[in-house]
Design a protein around this ligand. Structure first.
Ligand code: KG4
Ligand code: ZN
Length: 346
């Protein structure tokens, strides 16, 4: 059962062919980083235009690498939200048109649900599990009772973890995208250099907040003679790796402690960490040590399946299809598409 997945929610144009919901036959990702870098962040209008320019090629490439033709596909799955609406519309319209032309069903997929289940393309994960989703737009602790049944235990009150990485990198004059740049830089740094605040850590709730941390990095920089966009970096260049490492430690401490608290509170034994920030090497190392020491099982996808990709969308489309779901061809893209969750006591 071959499914073509399409993902264009932000700045990656991606198409993938996944067999039976678990075997990746191809997973093509065309990044727009060079397009947006000069603006210091994703420019929505440019993202849409570049998706339009590339989507055809990316889909053709995914089919070719998988060694299949349109006639071999049984399903098309596309991200329908959340994300940049103009960007989402490109993939959604393309996917729906392909499904219509090939006379096969189409399923619209929630982007977060893709992240939650991405690791299942590499390893079997038994239900129930806790999923910490950490991406550019989300920081959420979700209990996954089974496929499609989610309880929201806690989320960020303000910035997402990935957003904090991107904004802090920008302040340091390091450019975009901040996460991978800080990850690399911090490898040479000492996380004890300075203690940035661990927001909401002592409160015992499962909510997050990263905007205070961002401000505290900015105040630290200004106190040390920095300009708000990284001017003056030259003099303090030697300290950059230490600042990056100290910042990462503050983010990861909070993510780790809250995840452990949620595991204990919910009586769970399996933890999945998903989304772009889960590609961070320091985060992966800290979670490995701590989660294993507690006797829990830890699942983090390979970096390529942490960041946005269409394979995770094809997998979720297949699971939905197998449980009898089909989406109508007039389905629209929604920038704020909610994940169907019940509320936990945060
Ligand atoms: O999941 P994703 O690709 O897109 C969204 O759904 O948002 O996540 C992108 C976010 C960006 O904020 C990016 O800076 C961050 O993930 N990211 C990282 C790393 N790689 C990507 N953050 C920290 N360390 C990384 N290695
Ligand atoms: Zn994502």
């Amino acid at each position: 059962m071959l499914c073509l997945g399409v993902e264009t929610s932000c700045d990656e144009t991606s198409a993938a062919v996944v067999e039976d919901g678990h075997t990746i036959r191809s997973n093509i990702i065309a990044s727009q980083i060079p397009v947006h870098r000069q603006y210091g962040g994703v420019v929505p209008e440019l993202a849409s235009r570049h998706h339009v320019e590339r989507i055809g090629q990316v889909v053709d490439c995914a089919l070719e690498q998988a060694g299949v033709g349109l006639q071999d596909l049984k399903l098309v799955g596309v991200t329908a939200g959340p994300g940049l609406v103009g960007a989402l519309l490109v993939g959604l319209s393309y996917g729906k048109a392909l499904a219509f032309g090939a006379d096969i069903p189409f399923v619209g997929v929630h982007h977060l649900e893709g992240h939650i289940h991405a690791v299942r393309l590499e390893k079997e994960v038994a239900f129930p599990f806790l999923c910490l989703v950490v991406s550019g737009g989300h920081t959420e602790l979700i209990e996954v009772q089974r496929f499609g049944k989610y309880t929201m235990l806690g989320k960020t009150r303000d910035d997402a973890a990935g957003e904090a990485f991107d904004k802090v990198a920008k302040m340091l004059g390091l450019g975009y995208p901040g996460g991978p740049i800080l990850d690399e830089l911090a490898r040479r740094g000492d996380s004890r250099f300075t203690a940035f605040p661990r927001s909401l850590l002592s409160e015992g709730s499962l909510e997050f907040s990263f905007s205070g941390l961002k401000t505290s990095v900015l105040n630290f920089l200004l106190r040390n003679g920095w300009g708000p966009e990284g001017e003056g970096v030259e003099e303090l260049k030697d300290h950059l790796p230490h600042i990056a490492a100290s910042f990462q430690a503050a983010v990861v401490d909070v993510l780790l402690e809250k995840s452990m608290a949620a595991m204990e509170r919910q009586g769970l034994t399996r933890l999945v960490v998903a989304g772009g920030v889960a590609a961070n090497r320091y985060l992966r190392g800290r979670f490995e040590t701590r989660v294993r020491a507690a006797g829990y099982e830890l699942f983090i996808p390979s970096p390529v399946l942490c960041t946005d990709n269409a394979a995770m969308i094809a997998a979720v489309a297949t699971y939905r299809f197998e449980s009898g779901h089909r989406s109508p061809l007039d389905m629209n893209a929604r920038a704020n598409l909610p994940l169907n969750t019940t509320e936990g006591e945060g």
